[in-house]
Ligand binder design. Structure first.
Ligand SMILES: NC(=O)c1ccc[n+]([C@@H]2O[C@H](COP(=O)([O-])OP(=O)(O)OC[C@H]3O[C@@H](n4cnc5c(N)ncnc54)[C@H](OP(=O)(O)O)[C@@H]3O)[C@@H](O)[C@H]2O)c1
Length: 272
């Protein structure tokens, strides 16, 4: 697999950071995106010390103009990894007669970042790749977006997050069915919990937690194999698929007794 020219969103932290460090080596150019300049610079310096060329771009993935300018001026791209994302759960009811809820601003920000942000990455990348010549393996490029096992279930603890991840997975896999004819792999990562800053402040058990370095290697192996959907841990995804087949009332009876993501147990997302 040719991947000398790579663009990564969400490169300043967690999975995006780990993928950048894993991919950094002489002969490669990494275009790294994020909002936090000091963390982005720290990742860039690590990648440069491993021999990679690095360009950084500070900006918000939900800013379409910024993303089109950045990706449109990054030159030919072999691999694009859309990692930027935010999560959060529900708040405890405000009164005994009320219900757990997500603030409107949170719901909207999740869709702007996790859905619009992915579209703002994938669509300009597709435009570029469709113009590129095919490499020796017949491929023009690979684009991978990070979904989640949360997108497989209608989990009341993370309604908006789960919905955004379901949308990302459907979009990537369905559009990928067309784009394979053009020699472009569109891949969705359906992963469970990873030990990144995103989960570090969760106050509940996180079954199947995967080390982020292992997750990066698993994702890159899947991309080398042209996997359209990269899934891990398999047992968690299989269990989630099963839960989604149950009648809603039955599934909810189980979900509402789970400590995972119960109202008020996830940190408030930073919506600034
Ligand atoms: N951790 C898990 O358990 C888990 C499980 C399944 C899927 N995922 C998904 O994996 C991806 C990476 O998550 P992570 O665990 O690595 O989280 P993380 O450590 O919190 O990193 C999130 C990254 O997204 C960037 N980001 C967030 N909002 C952004 C915005 N509006 N514009 C530009 N960049 C933005 C952040 O950049 P700045 O901080 O610089 O703004 C940061 O680099 C996410 O899509 C997440 O939903 C995570």
């Amino acid at each position: 697999m040719k991947h000398d020219r790579i663009l990564i969103t969400g490169a300043s932290s967690g999975l995006g950071r780990s993928l950048a460090l894993t991919l950094a080596r002489p002969g490669r150019t990494l275009h790294l995106g994020g909002r936090n300049e000091s963390r982005l610079m720290e990742v860039a310096q690590h990648c440069i010390s491993r021999g990679a060329g690095v360009e950084i771009s500070r900006g918000d993935v939900s800013d379409r103009t910024h993303m089109e300018n950045w990706i449109g001026t990054s030159g030919p791209l072999d691999l694009v990894l859309a990692c930027a994302g935010i999560t959060g759960g529900t708040r405890r009811p405000d009164s005994p007669d009320d219900a757990p809820y997500e603030p409107d601003a949170q719901v909207r920000r999740f869709f702007q970042t996790n859905c619009d942000g992915v579209l703002n990455t994938v669509l300009p990348a597709l435009s570029i790749m469709r113009q590129q010549p095919r490499a020796a393996d017949g491929m023009r490029g690979r684009i991978c977006a990070i979904s989640s096992v949360a997108g497989l279930v209608s989990y009341p603890g993370t309604p908006a997050y789960g919905a955004t991840k379901a949308a990302v997975d459907r979009f990537m896999v369905a559009t990928g069915g067309n784009m394979k004819q053009a020699g472009i792999l569109l891949s969705s990562v359906v992963c469970g919990f990873l030990n990144t800053p995103m989960t570090a402040r969760n106050h509940f058990p996180m079954p199947g937690m995967t080390d982020v370095e292992n997750a990066s290697r698993r994702i890159l192996r899947g991309l080398r194999r042209n996997e359209r959907r990269i899934v891990f841990p398999l047992w968690l995804a299989a269990g989630s698929r099963f839960m989604d087949l149950l009648p809603i009332a039955l599934a909810e009876r189980y979900y509402t007794h789970q400590p995972t993501g119960a109202a008020g147990t996830m940190p408030e997302p930073d919506l600034s």
